[in-house]
Design a protein around this ligand. Structure first.
Ligand code: EPU
Length: 419
């Protein structure tokens, strides 16, 4: 197992190239199950979660290769398997994304229930209820959802109580091949869903309402493989901007999309960063002190829960009071106890964290507990006096491509060692 060591206090200068988005690549890889043939995905990030998803596709009968780095070709001619095992689903909840496409193509899917995880209970009841609305018969048996469709999925109306990202993606993929029209009301509007809509449309699906909370899918009889480019990772982009916040300096984030970070960039300006937005890059700089701001996580275009831990790390470096409300997941404050070890003053009351900025952190041995919690420890470590040692770095490798190398290139004193 690897650990990461950071010596804080060095401002960052230079350019970081943003990778393709993990949370866009995962559903797009699942979508290749919808029809036989060779599918091409460009700008695929090299991450542990992507490798897990590809392993799952292989168990279902697909094959894949990379003709060049970040270009992925998946051939799903041989897909006959319909089971996502507990072993795979427990390591990556996004495995549940195969449910919709397998039911649409094979009319059968057996997917393990994911169980709880480090950030909350995260049930999949919306996915299950949505598929039932489209005519699937579902049974829960031995920890698995066993789903069967007698003839073909039928269009229907799905209403999400709360907009669900992967729930919306599963419904889109299932409805693309259903008979008749499907309406998804209160759909999630995250940019990753737009990326999936573009891929499905290129495959021949008929979808309207992209980027709105009401998606209409006119089912088609057949889809064909297509080539699609994965959008830039907005959470990776935001994480490096938060790092400029704690470390100081000026960094250009290239190959990103500033339009996908509306609320986050406004918060960063309120924190006192200078943010220049260009067509496909952002220049982020900090010269003055960090101001405290309040944050409330919300579905897109609100402040992303996936950047909550990172902005909390930034707030510990201010000298004011910041109130952070986490409204998406009930247990997403695992980073707080680790930030305490670095000298942060944070009080948690239910879904609210109250950060009293101490203006300084000190390096300490800390442990990564989930992906974004680990990222917040890196952001904090860049500002801390002394050395921060982050263990269990495999969490970070699930969703950040070569994070230590990218930060090293812009002047951070960061290295990876075997534990
Ligand atoms: N929910 C239910 N029932 C469901 C589905 C969701 O109650 O069947 C609830 C959740 O518990 C949560 C809310 O609805 O309170 C929204 O959850 P959502 O379904 O949108 O989350 P997700 O699709 O499981 C994706 C990302 C997460 C990200 C969330 C929120 C992927 C693969 N994962 O998860 O990413 O935090 O949306 O934006 O797209 C990460 O990358 O670190 C990560 C956790």
């Amino acid at each position: 197992m690897d650990k990461i060591l950071i010596e804080g206090g060095r401002p960052l200068h230079g350019t970081i190239r943003v990778s393709g988005a993990k949370n866009a690549a995962l559903p797009l890889i699942a979508a290749t199950l919808l029809c036989p043939g060779e599918h091409t995905l460009y700008n695929v990030p090299d991450l542990r979660d992507i490798r897990t998803m590809l392993r799952l596709l292989e168990t279902l009968g697909a094959t894949y290769h990379y003709p060049e780095p970040h270009t992925l070709k998946i051939n799903s001619d041989g897909v006959q398997g319909f089971e996502a095992s507990y072993d795979l689903v427990k390591t990556m909840r996004a495995s549940v994304l195969v449910l919709g496409p397998l039911l649409a193509r094979l009319r059968r899917a057996r997917v393990s229930l994911p169980g709880g995880c480090a950030i909350g209970a995260r049930p999949i009841n919306f996915h299950m209820q949505g598929l039932q609305k489209l005519g699937a018969e579902l049974e829960l048996e031995a920890g698995y959802v066993d789903a069967v469709v007698k003839k073909r999925l039928q269009g229907g109306t799905i209403y999400f109580d709360v907009p669900s990202v992967t729930g919306t993606e599963n419904m889109l993929m299932a409805a693309a091949l259903a008979q008749g029209t499907t309406l998804i009301k209160n759909a999630a509007k995250e940019p990753e869903i737009g990326n999936l809509v573009d891929m499905l449309t290129a495959m021949g699906a008929q979808i309207s309402g992209r980027d709105t909370d009401m998606l209409t899918i006119q089912g088609v009889d057949e889809l064909q493989p297509a080539a699609t480019t994965i959008i830039a990772d907005r959470i990776e982009t935001g994480t490096y901007i938060a790092a400029v916040g704690t470390a100081g300096g000026e960094v250009t984030l290239s190959h990103c999309n500033p339009r996908h970070l509306p609320s986050f960039l406004e918060k960063m300006r309120a924190v006192g960063l200078s943010i220049e937005e260009h067509d496909s890059s952002i220049v982020a700089a900090r010269s003055g002190p960090i101001k405290s701001v309040d944050v409330k996580t919300m579905p897109y275009p609100g402040f992303p829960t996936d950047l909550q831990a990172q902005i909390m790390a930034l707030m510990t470096c201010s000298t004011g009071l910041s109130v952070i409300d986490e409204t998406i997941f009930e247990n997403r404050f695992m980073h707080v106890a680790e930030l305490h070890r670095m000298g942060a003053d944070i009080r948690v009351e239910g879904g609210r964290a109250i950060v009293s900025g101490t203006g300084r952190l000190s390096g300490a041995p800390v442990m990564a507990t989930d992906l974004r919690a680990s990222a917040s420890l890196v952001v904090a470590g860049l500002a801390a006096e002394g050395v921060t040692t982050i263990s269990r770095v495999y969490h970070l490798d699930r969703g950040y491509e070569r994070l230590d190398e990218k930060l090293q290139k812009v002047g951070a004193c960061i290295r990876r060692e075997k534990e």
